[in-house]
Structure formats: C-alpha cells, structure tokens
Write a new protein. Structure first.
Length: 187
C-alpha cells in the first residue's frame, strides 16, 4: 500500500483552518454550557463554518487538496457536530435518538472509508449529500441554541428532519462507497 498521507500535504493552510475549527469546539461548548452565552456560541459556530468554507475554497483554488485534508476536514465537522448534539442533549430528550443515529452512521462510514483507504489507496472527498447533511445539522442546532424557548414540537420536528437527512445522506454514501469496493474487487 502506498503512503496516502504525505508530509508535504499535511502542513497546508486548509489543514491549519481545519485544526482551528477543532480548536474552536471547546469554546463553543464553554460559551453554550458554562457561560450560557447562546448568541456568542452561535457567533463561534458561524466562524467555524466560515473557516470550513474558506479552507475548501483555498484547497481547490490553490491546488492544496490532499488526502490528509480529505480526512481532517470531515473530522472537524463531525467533532463540531458531536459537540453541538451533546450540548443540546440536556434540553431535548429526542437528541438521544439523533446522537445514536449520528454515531452509528459515522462509525459505519468511517469503517468503510478505512477499508477503502487500505484496499484502494484513496481517500474520498465529501459528496454533495454529505454537505447538505452538514448544513441541515448546523442550521437546526443553531436554531435550537438561538431559541431556547422554542416549542418542543417544533424542536422535535427539527431533530427528526436531521435524522431523515442524515439517514438519506449516509444511505447515498454507502451506495457510493460500495461501488468503489465493488469496482476495486474487479481489478
């Protein structure tokens, strides 16, 4: 197996921005859970989202796309999403179900991704449906944070929307990753 994470591709501006996003997670949790500064937490979440957009743009436009970045960028997303889900867990009981679905889907996708990396020597970028899933989760969680007095039925509908989009996105990922495995077996 060739080495898919090359040292020259690790120290890049897009990867640094992904590390910044990971470093912002404790600040988001502290602002929301400890300080109860919900709008400040939203501001940091928006900053994190902006760095996500900028790192992708820089990577594509300045030819800095790397296998390491393809792994680090979604890791930063998933860690941030996990933190948001856990922060809201104390307020919304239905969040347990969302966390369960999130964990199962992500562990399954990670496992397939590792198998593909080992067998095919490639790391795949996020697909459009994964990006839609990320946007829906972020927007829903930010609405739940911004409006803590939200009607529970509306809050539950937002969480169910997240569940539905998450399941659909991961089903499409599993089809995509399954095709890669199948194609590789034929070689």
């Amino acid at each position: 197996m060739k080495r898919i994470f090359k040292k020259s591709q690790i120290l890049t501006i897009p990867n640094l921005l992904s590390v910044v996003r990971i470093a912002l997670i404790p600040l988001i949790v502290w602002l929301y859970s400890v300080r109860r500064k919900h709008y400040a937490a939203i501001g940091v979440i928006l900053l994190s989202g902006a760095t996500d957009i900028v790192d992708g743009w820089i990577a594509r436009h300045f030819n800095m796309v790397s296998d390491f970045g393809k792994a680090l960028d979604p890791l930063a997303d998933k860690l941030t999403q996990s933190a948001l889900l856990v922060c809201l867990l104390s307020k919304y009981k239905l969040m347990w179900g969302l966390i369960f679905i999130f964990a199962v889907c992500e562990i399954a996708k990670l496992t397939l991704g590792i198998i593909i990396a080992k067998r095919c020597d490639e790391v795949n970028s996020a697909r459009w449906y994964g990006k839609v899933n990320t946007v829906v989760i972020y927007l829903s969680m930010m609405l739940l944070i911004m409006f803590p007095q939200m009607n529970i039925s509306l809050a539950n509908m937002l969480m169910l929307l997240c569940c539905g989009v998450m399941i659909a996105a991961h089903a499409l990922y599993f089809v995509f990753l399954g095709k890669i495995l199948h194609k590789n077996r034929e070689k």
